[in-house]
Structure formats: structure tokens, C-alpha cells
Design a protein around this ligand. Structure first.
Ligand code: GLU
Length: 482
């Protein structure tokens, strides 16, 4: 049987092909997102291609809902792939569950070469063997029970209705070596690797196999992935070697930990990209924080993806675990918020602003609050103050209003009636009526209008408020102080 030679079709080394290969078993968390980002940047820095492949051969753990959600989250982050499940090309399909015919050809090639054998061991037998090895102080490996079954034995077990898995026959005495892009030279002897499953009993391809075969068939030249896969790489290299396929260059990126040192991936939900998105974090903030996690970048300031691609260098990937820090994310978020255009800002705060708000009050509100807002939740309280009913006064505000007295507010109402919402005109009317200036002039006004003694620029906030609402808020203290 002729197997297409992927190596021959692999692009020249100068145009890297990278990929992100998530399993749709949950939402994209920050660790995955960083892996995806690094792979995208590695491709883009040299004009290469970035692929998205869904690794969904594990039918029990893969869920349809996560397929869509993962694509959506990656798109939202701006990590646009050149080919993927929604952008097929001649190397697809980009969903492993649709690649069974291709895998079948490669299984047949391995079988013809005697590189695999059927294994009839039950889960229980394997567990017993594993425990026994652990108890004897040995690292657990497949004991080789089915390695040398005769054809008759195999036929007999099959006749009993036992569906076998397919195991890779690890050649004894072999040494697998590779140069890891992050961790340098790696070397493993085959005695450390037990014969491993390449096809599950239900006929689906196991991770080691489909992942390696797909990288070769899709022309992937570089794989950056989590260091939890480091021990898998020798197995994958053995498969590729047995099939005569080209191996990518692997780089195993250190894990992403939270501040307490626990792996982020274990904090289900809490560290999902979707969770941050729902709280109003901006993609630019997340990407900028991730770009600097485990990758030392001298470039300062908020970078766009193209700038990141120019600045990205796998040689700057560190071996030490990187720590995600929400404080740092927040400071990137602050910069990202400051970089929003008025339209973007309005969209970003759409959940906070009243639905049918006119252009003028909306832009005045954004101008007033954006300098001090990191998340939409921070703006929500101000939206209520500005667009809701008259606010409750806090203690300091109540004191200031009481101290100003009703004459102050009668003058303020007159100023507001004459000028609309012009702070200088209102303050001018109060000044002539009361002789107040400075804080004594402005503080009671702020207190009556916002219920607080501090906050965003009052002149701008006033422009966001409806003139009638302003007059009413002032008038309630013109008759009598609270
Ligand atoms: N599906 C694997 C994972 O999500 C991919 C590993 C790899 O990038 O090779 O961990």
C-alpha cells in the first residue's frame, strides 16, 4: 500500500508551520491560550502558517459544545488560524474524529511492518500489573503480556469476543534523542518506555498516534506545547520513525501556575478565557499578559499581535514555571481600556449602559469614567449614579449638602435652568449667591448630584446627565437641606 509521503510535502524549514491542537473536553484556559498564542507567533514571525486541529478522538471526553466554544474563544482572542475545522484545505479534515480512514492506512502500515500487535489485556489485568510494579518500587509499564502471542492465541482471544487494543512494539535497545526548543537535548532509552496503545479497543486512534501522524501529514514543522507532554515525545518519535514520517521540532513550554503554585489548568473554570471575557477583560490585555508569561520580552507597552510576532523568540522561552498574576493582567487591562476607540468602548460597556442611550450622553459618560475603569463592573456603579434615579447620599455627601444649605441649591437650580448642564455656569450662579469658592463651592454640588464626595470629572459627568434630572437632584435640597 502506498502511504502519502508527508515529509516530501513538508514546506521548507524557512516557512514554519505550527498548530494548536486542543481536545474539546473543556473551555480554553489561559495555559492553552498561551500555547496557542506562542504557536501563532512562531509561525507569523517568519511568514509561516498556523493551523487549528481539534483532537476529538476520545469520544467519551469530547463534547460538541466545547468544539464551538473553543473556536469562539480563540477567535475572540484574535488568534486567527490559516486552516482549521471551519477553514478546511487539502491537508484536512482538521477534526481528528473525521480522519479515521487516514489513520487506518497508517495502522495497516505499522501492522505490515510488525511494529504493532493486538493486546487483549483487560483494564483490570492492567491495573493489577500496574499496582504490582508500583509495590515493587518500579515505574509502571506494560508488562508485555500480549507482545508475543501466537497467531492462534490471538485468534482464540478474538473469538472470545474480546476487542483488542493495538500496541506499539517499542524496539529494545533503542535510544530516542531530540533537541527540545526550550529544554535542550533530550535522550530516552527504549527500556524506559513500555509498549503503548496506538489504537483503542473501540477502534479510535489514541493520542500518541493521531497527534504525531497528523503533525506529519499536515506538514507541521514546529510544535510548542505544555511540558506535561515532554514524556510523550519519545513515543511519538518512535511512531514517526516506524512510519518513515518527518517529525516536527518540539518545544515544551513550562507550565502556567497560579500565585499559590498550583497548575492553572486544574482550577476548572476559574482560569478559562471565557471567564475572563465574561468579566470584561479585553483580548489585548490577556494576550499581552500571556506573551510575557514564560517568555521574556524586553519590549514595553501594549503590543498588537503583529508586534508580538516580531518580538517573539523561542530562545526566550524559559524553563521555570510561569506564574499567572491577575494584578498584572489588570494593569494590561488598564492600558487596553485606554486604547479603546469610543465605539469600542461603548460596545465594551454595552451591558452597563442604558439600552437606548443617545450619542452625546454616552460619549460624555465614557469620557468621564474610562480613565478610572478597568472592568465594566467598575463602571456599573457610575452608570447607575448618572442614568438611574437620584442617588442615596453617603455620609460625607450628606454633610456637605447640609452645610451648603437651601440657598446654595436654589442658586444651583437657577444656574442649571439658565445654562443646561454647564458646570461653570452653575458654579458661577452659586458663587454670586453664596460667595463660596474652591471645595466649598464644588463639593456640595458633586454630593447632591452623585451622592458621593469624590469621583470622575464633574463637568463631564454633568454632560452625561439629562438636564431635567440634574435640576431635580439639585431642587430636592433647594427647599430644605436633608
Ligand atoms: N490535544 C493535546 C492537548 O490538548 C495536544 C497536545 C499537543 O499540542 O501536542 O494537550
Amino acid at each position: 500500500m502506498r502511504i502519502p509521503d508527508s515529509a516530501a510535502r513538508a514546506p521548507a524549514a524557512s516557512t514554519p508551520v505550527t498548530r494548536f491542537a486542543p481536545s474539546p473536553t473543556g473551555d480554553v484556559h489561559l495555559g492553552n491560550a498561551r500555547t496557542a498564542l506562542f504557536n501563532l507567533l512562531l509561525a507569523r514571525r517568519s511568514g509561516g502558517r498556523f493551523l487549528l486541529r481539534l483532537e476529538d478522538t476520545d469520544v467519551e471526553r469530547s463534547l460538541e459544545v466545547y468544539r464551538e466554544r473553543q473556536l469562539e474563544d480563540l477567535r475572540w482572542l484574535g488568534l486567527q488560524w490559516d486552516a482549521g475545522p471551519d477553514r478546511e484545505d487539502e491537508r484536512g479534515p482538521y477534526r481528528q474524529s473525521l480522519r479515521a480512514p487516514l489513520y487506518a492506512r497508517y495502522f495497516a502500515q505499522l501492522a505490515a511492518a510488525g511494529a504493532v500487535y493486538p493486546c487483549f489485556c483487560s483494564a483490570l489485568e492492567l491495573e493489577v500489573s500496574r499496582k504490582a510494579q508500583l509495590a515493587a518500587g518500579r515505574p509502571p509499564r506494560y508488562a508485555g503480556t500480549c507482545r508475543n502471542l501466537s497467531a492462534q492465541d490471538q485468534a482464540r482471544r478474538s473469538a472470545q469476543g474480546i476487542a483488542p487494543t493495538l500496541r506499539f512494539r517499542v524496539p529494545p535497545g533503542a535510544r530516542v534523542e531530540f533537541l527540545d526548543l526550550v529544554r535542550g537535548p533530550q535522550s530516552t532509552v527504549s527500556e524506559e518506555i513500555g509498549d503503548f496503545i496506538v489504537r483503542r479497543a473501540d477502534g479510535t486512534a489514541a493520542f500518541f498516534f493521531s497527534n504525531a501522524v497528523d503533525d506529519a501529514c499536515m506538514g507541521v514543522t514546529h510544535v510548542l506545547r505544555g511540558e506535561d507532554h515532554l514524556a510523550n515525545t519519545p513515543r511519538q518519535l518512535l511512531i514517526l520513525r516506524a512510519l518513515g514520517l518527518a517529525a516536527p521540532q518540539y518545544g515544551h513550554v513550562s507550565l502556567l501556575l497560579d500565585r499559590s503554585g498550583a497548575p492553572l489548568s486544574k482550577r476548572l473554570g476559574a482560569a478559562s478565557v471565557r471567564g475572563f471575557r465574561e468579566r470584561g477583560y479585553l483580548p489585548a490585555a490577556i494576550a499581552n499578559h500571556l506573551f510575557r508569561l514564560g517568555h521574556s520580552a524586553p519590549e514595553q507597552g501594549l503590543l498588537g499581535l503583529e508586534q508580538m510576532a516580531r518580538a517573539f523568540d523561542p530562545a526566550r522561552l524559559g524553563r521555570a514555571p510561569a506564574h499567572f498574576d491577575e494584578q498584572q493582567l489588570r494593569s494590561w487591562q488598564k492600558e487596553a481600556v485606554h486604547g479603546l476607540t469610543p465605539d469600542e468602548a461603548r460596545r465594551w460597556l454595552s451591558g452597563v449602559l442604558p439600552a437606548q442611550l443617545d450619542e452625546r450622553p454616552a460619549s460624555a459618560f465614557l469620557e468621564a469614567v474610562l480613565p478610572n475603569v478597568e472592568l465594566p463592573a467598575d463602571a456599573r456603579a457610575w452608570a447607575e449614579v448618572v442614568f438611574g434615579g437620584p442617588p442615596e447620599l453617603d455620609t460625607a455627601a450628606r454633610d456637605a449638602v447640609r452645610d451648603a444649605g437651601s440657598g446654595y441649591f436654589a442658586a444651583a437650580v437657577r444656574g442649571a435652568e439658565a445654562s443646561g448642564n454647564d458646570l461653570r455656569a452653575i458654579a458661577g450662579a452659586i458663587r454670586s449667591a453664596t460667595g463660596r469658592h474652591g471645595t466649598a463651592l464644588y463639593l456640595p454640588l458633586r454630593a447632591a448630584l452623585t451622592g458621593r464626595s469624590d469621583g470622575p470629572e464633574l463637568a463631564t459627568l454633568l454632560k452625561a446627565m439629562a438636564p431635567r434630572e440634574v435640576r431635580e437632584r439639585l431642587a430636592r435640597f433647594a427647599a430644605h437641606a436633608p
